[in-house]
Design a protein around this ligand. Structure first.
Ligand SMILES: [Zn+2]
Length: 110
């Protein structure tokens, strides 16, 4: 199996991180990983910096929202999870709470 190639410094790879699913108004999605605060990262996406794909979607569709965010102890863990999610992206998309709202309003109560 191929492994993801990390271009980040070891200092960044050791930091806590999030993997997130962005949902665009036109129903497109973007999977990313970041060590930054999620609201700060979302702002970057929504002013067209940080990702070429998101810049294009911003122009075509409008600002994204964070549909899913999962915390990982390190960026190295997050990048592996991001890589796996991108390989099987239908998995994450299928779980987008905006595209597939749950009848109970996405509450985690049983
Ligand atoms: Zn969605």
């Amino acid at each position: 199996m191929r492994r993801p190639r990390f271009t980040h410094s070891s200092a960044i790879l050791a930091r806590p991180a999030h993997v997130y699913l962005l949902h665009f108004p036109n129903g497109k999605h973007y999977i990313g990983a970041t060590t930054q605060a999620l609201d700060r990262r979302l702002k970057q996406h929504n002013i067209g910096v940080g990702s070429k794909y998101c810049k294009r979607m911003l122009r075509l569709s409008g600002p994204a929202v964070i549909a899913i965010a999962v915390a990982y102890p390190t960026m190295a863990d997050a990048l592996v999870a991001e890589w796996q999610a991108k390989r099987n992206s239908w998995l994450l998309r299928r779980h987008c709470p905006i595209c597939y709202p749950k009848p109970n309003g996405n509450q985690n109560t049983p």
